[in-house]
Design a protein around this ligand. Structure first.
Ligand code: PHE
Length: 442
């Protein structure tokens, strides 16, 4: 067992956590889920979910991590409640589940990045996705994405994760801002903004059963909740940090990047005459590639766009791998690099079905959103709200000068937030069972 790492700088935790939060969830899924769930209405429900449910849950994960300074499984034992270890183990399992296909999508992004450099998709942007998204090609790029992730995690918390994300996160922000300015000049800008930002509440009422579980699931996914990630990252944080402030900064930055992604993607979709209501997972790739193949400077724009998405995806995959590697380094004498390679290999194998056929990818994703994430977050909220209770408030308030927020947080976690997650889970299960999504594709 080696000595436990801590973030070298205060900002180290912030950038690593923002790097984890900002990812494919914000840039690939968020615009596409917004589009297929009623546009701006989805945005409103999502924002309410992020602030009202996501932020309190994020703080709950922080409390467990910082109080115990342990990996996400042993944390519960250290708190004197060994049975609740199941939360950490379940979280790590969900992380595996998600990163297995996340890495496949990360591979597509890497492929499109290279396609932007070489101009590979410029002649037939519509066909390119079909050619690269499944089969051996997809497997190869899935493997490359995993290799990059393993490399950073193998280097450790400070020289790997902290150093890498300190460069990655500011890069993401600057490049997204630049892209949003460019998108504003596109002919579809006005129609895109209006679709994204003008809510039509009648569709919400008609589709609440679909919209709400997706929006809440999206809030969890995008804040990297329910996967033991934020427990792990906050276990490297000191008592002088205000968890409220850092949690708030993470939520704001993460939301900003998601909204910026919408401000980039929707104008481009509309400029290319693509109806956002019919978009699928590949729409963003196809539409963006199509746009880049036509506009002046398309190669450079393509490199920037797919480059940002790639960096964002990597900094998220890294955080998940750290959950497992941190547990394993606490329990074995095997070196960190070897453990990282081992974890990467398991993830690679788990991702093979998704790389082979995108129907699997969709199935993995749907189960994660509608079932696993809400269930995992619910267990954590029950534990922190009702079992840890006052101990949790005490821990949350260390390093903070907004003491009155402590009890407010506890009571919201115990009541409103728990009920909202139960309702989400019920709605998600209903659509899963009725929609028949629970049967795996073959
Ligand atoms: N928060 C990430 C995102 O929005 C989700 C994620 C984190 C997925 C970590 C996998 C691992 O993309």
């Amino acid at each position: 067992m080696s000595e436990r790492a801590t973030w070298a700088t205060r900002v180290g935790f912030l950038v690593a956590a923002i790097g984890s939060a900002v990812g494919l969830g914000n840039i690939w899924q968020f615009p596409f889920k917004t589009a297929s769930n009623g546009g701006a209405v989805f945005l409103v429900v999502y924002l309410v979910a992020v602030v009202g449910i996501g932020l309190p849950a994020l703080l709950a994960e922080f409390v467990v991590g910082r109080k115990t300074k342990a990996n996400a499984v042993d944390a519960f034992r250290k708190l004197g409640h060994p049975r609740w270890r199941v939360i950490g183990a379940f979280g790590a399992f969900i992380g595996f589940w998600i990163v297995s296909y996340y890495s496949v999508v990360g591979g597509w992004v890497g492929r499109y990045f290279i396609g932007s450099v070489t101009g590979g998709y410029f002649d037939a942007p519509g066909q390119y996705f079909g050619a690269i998204a499944t089969g051996p090609e997809a497997i190869l790029f899935h493997g490359l994405f995993m290799t990059a992730t393993v490399t950073v995690v193998a280097l450790g918390v400070n020289s790997g994760i902290e150093r890498a994300t300190k460069v990655m996160v500011p890069g993401i922000v600057v490049m997204m801002l630049g892209l949003a300015v460019w998108a504003a000049t596109q002919s579809g800008a006005a129609a895109g903004y209006s679709y994204f930002l003008n809510p039509d509440f009648s569709t919400l009422l008609a589709n609440a059963g679909d919209v709400v579980p997706f929006a809440v699931g999206q809030a969890f996914f995008t804040l990297s909740l329910g996967m033991a990630i934020m427990i792990t990252y906050s276990s490297y944080v000191g008592e002088d940090t205000s968890l409220f402030v850092d949690g708030g900064v993470i939520v704001v930055m993460n939301t900003l990047i998601g909204v910026l992604a919408g401000l980039v993607v929707f104008p481009v979709l509309f400029a290319n005459g693509i109806d956002p209501n019919t978009t699928k997972a590949e729409a963003i790739f196809v539409a963006m590639a199509n746009a880049f193949s036509q506009v002046p400077g398309g190669r450079l724009l393509g490199m920037v766009f797919f480059g940002v998405v790639l960096i964002a995806a990597l900094s998220s995959a890294i955080s998940l791998m750290e959950v497992v590697v941190s547990y394993a380094t606490d329990h074995s004498t095997v070196s960190r690099p070897r453990l990282a390679v081992l974890t990467g290999t398991v993830l690679f194998v788990m991702g093979l079905p998704s790389a082979w056929d995108t129907a699997w990818l969709g199935w993995f994703d749907t189960l994660a959103y509608k079932l696993f994430l809400p269930l995992s977050v619910l267990l954590l909220l029950l534990f922190v709200g009702w079992v840890l209770a006052d101990e949790a408030v005490e821990q949350l308030l260390l390093g903070s000068d907004t003491g009155w927020l402590g009890p407010v947080w506890l009571w919201t976690v115990r009541t409103v937030v728990v009920l909202a997650v139960v309702a989400t889970l019920a709605l998600g299960l209903e659509t899963l069972l009725l929609g028949g999504d629970i049967v795996p594709p073959v």
